[in-house]
Design a protein around this ligand. Structure first.
Ligand code: AMP
Length: 305
């Protein structure tokens, strides 16, 4: 099974306590598709402007990402500026310049429409809905979003949530979306909006995955050096969905294993600025970290009563 992803391909200007990157490669679809490409075929649907350098397109191509759905239109590429303090869990958005995103009409090339797996990465929920209308019979659809869209397009976002299988969202955004301070109650209320499963990303505290009657927790991999959390959520989603697309195993166990691959991929991404760590990552390193992740979280059961 391959994956189709729609989202942003961006220039980011990011400041963390450890340095600053100006106009570096970013975007939800960029991080997602790079991470997913370690496990599965990926087809990208996004828009860039005339200012987007060929060097970045060449990088995506080097990951064997299918770029037939990457449009280049007149104007400037989407640009996000953000800052992180010593608490690296939540970005503070300083500026969002939608630019070419304002004119973007996502068009799935005919071969993409029959995809089994669709990921609606963080982008305008109205565009996410347009993409949902173009796919024929996907087996698995997931979406992400963020505070910017929760406050500007709440109705469209609720419609997206109603139509997908899995929602991935940050802890703060889960609270914001529902107006519910307790995370467990917020999770119930998001599932009541119509999705089957919810993954709440909690930065360095890991993730919680909810269905109507189960909860699963995975920690974040403990790291001594975290340079730039930008893209951690999208990289997490790329590892998670990429692994699921690869195995096709949508059992509870299969989904839990995929979630750990998501955590593993995110842990690499935060070790360097932009996609720098992903550019030199190998599959062997991914497997090694998965194994040490397993040791980190396994403990013996109690003897039978
Ligand atoms: P995250 O994985 O949540 O850290 O996402 C980081 C990426 O999201 C950055 O590379 C940004 O380019 C992108 N981004 C920031 N704001 C938005 C937005 N409003 N819509 C879509 N993508 C965004």
């Amino acid at each position: 099974m391959g994956i189709v992803v729609v989202g942003t391909v961006a220039f980011d200007t990011v400041e963390t306590p450890f340095g600053k990157g100006e106009n570096v490669l970013g975007g939800s679809a960029t991080y997602f598709s790079t991470a997913a490409s370690f496990f599965s075929e990926v087809s990208l649907v996004a828009v860039v402007g005339e200012d987007f350098p060929e060097e970045h397109v060449a990088f995506l191509r080097s990951r064997e990402i299918n770029l037939a759905g990457l449009q280049r239109i007149p104007g400037r590429t989407f640009h996000w500026s953000g800052r992180y303090g010593y608490d690296l869990n939540e970005a503070q958005t300083l500026d969002t310049q939608l630019n070419v995103l304002l004119a973007f009409k996502p068009q799935l090339p005919p071969a993409y429409r029959e995809t089994d797996v669709l990921f609606l990465a963080n982008i305008d929920p109205e565009l996410q809905l347009e993409v949902l209308d173009q796919v024929t019979a996907p087996r698995l659809v997931a979406c992400d979003s963020m505070n910017f869209w929760i406050s500007s397009k709440p109705a469209a976002l609720r419609e997206v949530i109603k139509r997908v299988d899995i929602v991935l969202i940050n802890e703060g955004e889960a609270r914001m979306l529902t107006g519910e301070p307790n995370l467990i109650k917020a999770a119930r209320s998001i599932i009541a909006m119509g999705c089957k499963r919810l993954v709440v990303k909690r930065g360095e505290y890991g993730v919680l995955m909810f269905t109507a009657d189960t909860v699963f927790a995975a920690p974040a991999y403990p790291l001594e050096e975290v340079f730039d959390p930008t893209g951690a959520g999208d990289t997490f989603a790329g590892g998670f969905m990429g692994y699921l697309a690869n195995t096709g195993d949508l059992s509870e166990e299969g989904i839990r294993q995929a979630l750990v691959f998501g955590a593993v991929m995110a842990s690499f991404n935060v070790e360097a600025f932009s996609l720098d760590r992903m550019k030199r990552l190998t599959y062997r390193e991914i497997e090694a970290r998965y194994r040490s992740f397993r040791q980190l979280t396994s403990f013996r059961d109690l003897p039978a009563p």
